[in-house]
Design a protein around this ligand. Structure first.
Ligand code: IPM
Ligand code: SF4
Length: 434
């Protein structure tokens, strides 16, 4: 019997098999942010075990609420900062250089095909886009990871999502993943790794692959993963060019992290994306998803474009193509949060920030902020937000507030009309948003 990518990564990192079905893996990267890591740090300090297994393998960022909004978040940042300095963690990103962890760390080249990665954050699955096994963990696992560089997992099963056909204009990765979650439901992926593959993935850039893997956890999955290929090699090239003779050689070597043709999957879901419409959530669960025409006309008060799901340069381009020469409706507050400083600079250089600002958007510094209802755009009771983020839980962006998840193009269209709107209405014949 052949192996899936995930089984190959597990076999290559196996440290121990404590009981059948449970394994302990060596970790290549432990990522840290200032909401969950300070709890682990303080506990380690209290136990007299204030150590890190390898400072070079720890990547740390202050991203969730930055700059701090109050004394509590200032203290969380301080605990992280002091710890990073104390242990000489070189890859530590503070104000001015910080961005949303799952956008920043890939950009820095920290994730490679075949890696094992953990973080105290549920959207760690994003990094599976590189053909790595990346999973969110709780405080205890994070502490062990920081101390010893290992983590215990249940042996995962794999679920294959095969994407065929050709994406229509105005329909993007966010629409695909919302539709996948609708079909799988919020627990359809429990204890499984979702492997995305097929011609649509082969043709997709890394940003879109990250959008897909980012939301695997919203279907209950342990992680998402994509087979690493030439596109992966191109993205990583600045970081790997000394290791390989050519891009093609890198892509060839990544093939060792491909599933075998006879690998076993618990389930295979095949979706032809050719006739997929833009998707939008309703209600308070990410599997409450409808075609956008069923939701058109729904009032919104705020539009939020950003986050680890859709705050990358490609997302900003997609939204700006719709917003160009148009204005945000009087009834709407538009908020743009480029996910990292590099994305922000690139958007400035391309004139995208000007398009957003001319249309009436407020442009914030890179942070998670309003995505989890902590700062920079929290909703009031009864307010509704069209958002490019990944969670529409009750009160997620503010108590009594409601969130409709959608693509950057759909969010931009909603900003213009003040209601949920099919973005394809705004696509001129020359423009494409893919
Ligand atoms: C703060 C953190 C623990 C949390 C998570 O794990 O997902 C956050 O990133 C979120 O998206 O709600
Ligand atoms: S952007 Fe949102 S979903 Fe992503 S890590 Fe930050 S809070 Fe979590």
């Amino acid at each position: 019997m052949g192996q899936t990518i995930t089984e190959k990564i597990f076999a290559a990192h196996l440290r121990d098999t404590p009981t059948p079905g449970n394994v302990v893996l060596d970790l290549d990267v432990v990522m840290c942010h200032e909401i969950t890591t300070p709890i682990a740090i303080m506990d380690l300090v209290e136990k007299g075990m204030d150590r890190v297994y390898d400072p070079a393998k720890i990547k740390a960022v202050i991203d969730h609420v930055t700059p701090p909004k109050d004394s509590k978040t200032a203290m969380q940042a301080k605990i992280m900062r002091d710890w990073a300095r104390r242990h000489q963690i070189k890859d530590f990103f503070d104000i001015g250089r910080n961005g949303v962890c799952h956008a920043l760390f890939p950009e820095k080249g920290f994730i490679r095909p075949g890696y094992t990665v953990i973080m105290g954050d549920s959207h760690t699955c994003t990094h599976g886009a590189f053909g790595a096994f990346a999973a969110g963990v709780g405080t205890t696992d994070l502490e062990v990871g920081i101390l010893k560089g290992v983590c215990a997992f249940r042996t995962p099963k794999s679920l294959k999502v095969e994407l065929t056909g050709k994406l229509p204009r105005g329909v993007v990765a966010k629409d695909i993943i919302l539709n996948v979650i609708k079909q799988l439901t919020v627990n359809g992926g429990t204890d499984m790794v979702i492997e995305f593959c097929g011609p649509v993935i082969d043709a997709m850039n890394m940003s879109s692959r990250m959008t897909l893997c980012n939301m695997a956890v919203e279907a209950g999955a342990t992680s998402g993963i994509c087979p690493p290929d030439l596109v992966t090699a191109q993205y990583l090239w600045p970081f790997i060019k000394d290791e390989y003779d050519s891009l093609e050689a890198a892509a060839e070597s990544f093939k060792k992290w491909h599933s075998d043709p006879d690998a076993h999957y618990e389930r295979v879901l095949t979706i032809d994306v050719t006739s997929l419409a833009p998707q939008v959530t309703f209600g308070f669960k990410p599997d409450n998803v409808k075609d956008i025409d069923e939701m058109e006309g729904t009032r919104i008060d705020q539009v939020y474009i950003g986050s680890c799901t859709n705050g990358r340069i490609e997302d900003l381009r997609e939204a700006a193509a719709i917003l160009k020469d148009k204005s945000v409706a009087d009834t709407v507050r538009g908020i743009l949060v480029p996910a990292t400083p590099d994305i922000y600079s690139q958007a400035l250089a391309e004139g995208l920030i000007k398009i957003f600002m001319d249309s009436g958007f407020c442009v914030m510094n890179p942070t998670c902020g309003a995505c989890l209802g902590m700062s920079s755009g929290v909703l009031a009771d009864g307010e509704i937000c069209a958002s490019t983020t990944n969670r529409n839980f009750n009160g997620r962006m503010g108590k009594g507030g409601m969130v409709h998840l959608m693509s950057p193009a759909s969010a931009a269209a909603a900003a213009i009309t003040g209601t949920i709107t099919d973005p394809r209405r705004f696509l001129g014949s020359a423009e494409t948003v893919q």
